[in-house]
Design a protein around this ligand. Structure first.
Ligand code: GLN
Length: 309
């Protein structure tokens, strides 16, 4: 089997040379300013070995990747009752789609499309004041990554708060069905801010380790969630983590993964590694274009697809 560090370095070099970089997200003005020529990759193996290359230490906006962690927190608070508010089926529609919500009476298809993540954030908020809810989410990220320098990019949050009209529509629509308990502006305030958490690939790969190791963080030995819960979060990541690009991601990469419009992807090789990649340019489904290609190459060269070599 090829050496992990060599593979990671090769892939970063290959990605640097490509001219097809996708399009940075334009609907959030602050993200439209990010340089699309960046690329970072970090892989943390089961024994804690880190292989990282490119812009792996440059912080980026994790956006929808935060939804994996808010789902984890909310499941810890309300358990399986969460699934009364949010489904767990792939949506087959864009991450900010409105139409499905009407057919399905305000119950979002899954926790990773925007409507579902807003409903999950609302559950967390119901247990706190808005500032405390956000503080708990941020502290959870810092704890998982073992790094309390992780912060929220207030400019990104403000930028989305000014322009997030669709998310306001989704939240109000769900509120009309009784799926949102708190004032819509509070729930969205927390949602926009957790999407604006800024992390490097290295930090994100560290934060995802519990999902790769049956709910336990191997660096501290502490249990974050039970093995069954980690397995199920991974299942939802595999089927829903890339919106209507989830089938293509499973087909090409073969790992549970969650993307964000900042261009990051967190991917989990169960029992083997936690992987974070970042390339700001997106494909038509809003997933990192080069991030997906890099992961496809990584899993192919290392034989890491969960579907076999
Ligand atoms: N904050 C973004 C939004 O709500 C997250 C979307 C994403 O990363 N896919 O539109």
């Amino acid at each position: 089997m090829p050496n992990l560090e060599t593979v990671v370095r090769e892939i970063a070099d290959e990605m640097r040379q490509r001219s097809d970089r996708g399009e940075v997200a334009r609907y959030i003005p602050e993200l439209a300013r990010v340089d699309p020529n960046q690329f970072g990759l970090a892989v943390i193996g089961a024994d804690g070995t880190v292989a990282a290359a490119g812009d792996c230490d440059v912080p980026f906006s994790i956006q929808s990747i935060s939804k994996v962690f808010t789902l984890t927190l909310a499941l810890g608070m309300v358990g399986d009752r969460l699934w009364q508010r949010v489904g767990r089926e792939p949506s087959g529609s864009p991450f900010n789609s409105v139409v499905q919500l009407e057919y399905e009476r305000g119950i979002p298809r899954n926790p990773f499309i925007n409507a579902g993540a807003i409903a999950v954030t609302d559950l967390i908020l119901s247990r706190h004041q808005p500032r405390e809810a956000l503080g708990e989410i941020l502290r959870f990220m810092q704890y998982l990554a073992q790094d309390n320098t992780i912060t929220i990019d207030e400019e990104v949050a403000a930028s989305e708060q000014r322009t997030g009209f669709r998310n306001v529509a989704l939240a109000n629509y769900m509120k009309s069905f009784g799926v949102i308990d708190n004032p819509v502006e509070y729930t969205l305030g927390v949602y926009f801010h957790h999407c604006a958490i800024s992390m490097t690939c290295r930090q994100l790969a560290a934060a995802g380790r519990f999902l790769a190791h049956s709910g336990r963080d191997p660096s501290t030995g502490l249990s974050v969630v039970q093995a069954e819960r980690a397995r199920r979060i991974n299942a939802v990541m595999l089927t829903c983590g890339h919106y209507d690009g989830s089938g293509e991601f499973a087909y090409r990469v073969g790992l549970p993964g969650k993307s964000g419009v900042g261009g990051g992807i967190l991917a989990v090789a169960p029992g083997t590694a936690s992987i974070a990649v970042w390339a700001p340019g997106l494909d038509a489904a809003g997933n990192s274009h080069l991030g997906r290609i890099a992961l496809e190459r990584l899993t192919k060269r290392l034989g890491w697809s969960i579907f076999g070599e």
